[in-house]
Design a binder for this molecule. Structure first.
Ligand SMILES: NC(=O)c1ccc[n+]([C@@H]2O[C@H](COP(=O)([O-])OP(=O)(O)OC[C@H]3O[C@@H](n4cnc5c(N)ncnc54)[C@H](O)[C@@H]3O)[C@@H](O)[C@H]2O)c1
Length: 259
């Protein structure tokens, strides 16, 4: 079996706030492979996350194959809706979940990395975050505000992360995001502009792979944590489906036939 060795690499997983999501699972897989892992955690979820960690409520999920617990080197506050602190409206900056945590913007995150670890501290950035306030509404009923919020947090946030963390990446570094098939096929129920956001995320992956590839020597892909290792060094600008071929089908099928 091919083993992935990420010893000596530092990863940021943006979008970890509990042990239930993809972000946590990816963080654990990266740590299992030897990487040190930091998180970017949404301020409204930050205290609960820290509490759960401190009280040992996630110890079972944190347990790795060698018996050690997954440890986050740093847990940074991050609201990926804001590129700089000045972009955050007053009611957010003064909100009780935000006011104590310092600069929670993408630029603030970049600054903290440099302060904590020096000029080029990162090898891997995982974008595992999304939010669509009107996700339950069909596109036809989605407001302009809801649509733009979905695209801002779920797609533009990747552009912002690559722009601000690209200069902090060591050569050969890798950005990964998580997409969803609703970008190119109709998935009723995945509304509120989220399908549009995933389409933007995939298109931006290609363009960012081109631009940031040349500028910072990094790769940019969407989905699959395994692409972060040097074993994926030939893959960039790609949307990788890890869905047992489901995306290639026009309709859902079972072993017995069409559903
Ligand atoms: N769940 C699925 O079936 C599925 C399928 C395909 C892709 N994805 C994608 O996987 C990624 C992770 O989703 P998940 O299913 O693990 O859900 P999740 O809710 O566990 O993770 C989303 C994370 O995003 C964070 N977040 C929300 N708004 C944020 C903001 N403004 N700034 C910073 N963080 C913010 C949340 O706190 C949460 O930790 C998303 O991009 C999602 O679209 C999920």
């Amino acid at each position: 079996m091919l083993s992935i060795d990420l010893k000596g690499k530092r990863a940021l997983v943006a979008g970890v706030a509990d042990d239930g999501g993809y972000g946590f699972a990816i963080a654990k897989a990266l740590a299992e492979a030897g990487a040190t892992v930091c998180t970017g955690t949404w301020p409204p979820a930050l205290n609960i996350f820290l509490n759960l960690l401190e009280r040992g409520k996630m110890d079972e999920a944190r347990r790795m194959a060698d018996g050690a617990l997954l440890v986050f080197e740093k847990i940074y506050p991050l609201d990926a809706a804001y590129d700089t602190l000045a972009d955050a409206p007053e009611e957010i900056r003064t909100n009780k979940r935000y006011r104590e945590v310092g600069d929670f913007s993408v630029a603030g995150l970049a600054q903290r990395f440099v302060q904590d670890f020096g000029a080029q501290p990162l090898d891997i950035v995982i974008h595992s975050l999304a939010n669509g306030p009107e996700v339950k509404k069909p596109l036809l009923e989605t407001s302009r505000g809801g649509y733009l919020a979905a695209v801002s947090v779920s797609a533009y946030s990747l552009v912002s992360l690559v722009a601000r963390l690209g200069p902090l990446m060591r050569r050969g570094g890798s950005f990964l995001s998580l997409t969803y098939m609703a970008s190119e096929r109709v998935v009723p129920g995945y509304g509120g502009g989220m399908s549009s956001a995933k389409a933007a995320l995939e298109s931006d992956t290609r363009t960012l792979a081109f631009e940031a590839g040349r500028k910072y020597g990094v790769r940019v892909n969407t989905i699959s944590a395994f692409l972060a290792s040097p074993l994926g060094s030939g893959i960039t600008g790609a949307t990788i489906y890890v869905d047992k071929g489901y995306h290639a089908m026009g309709v859902a099928v079972t072993a017995g036939g069409i559903l």
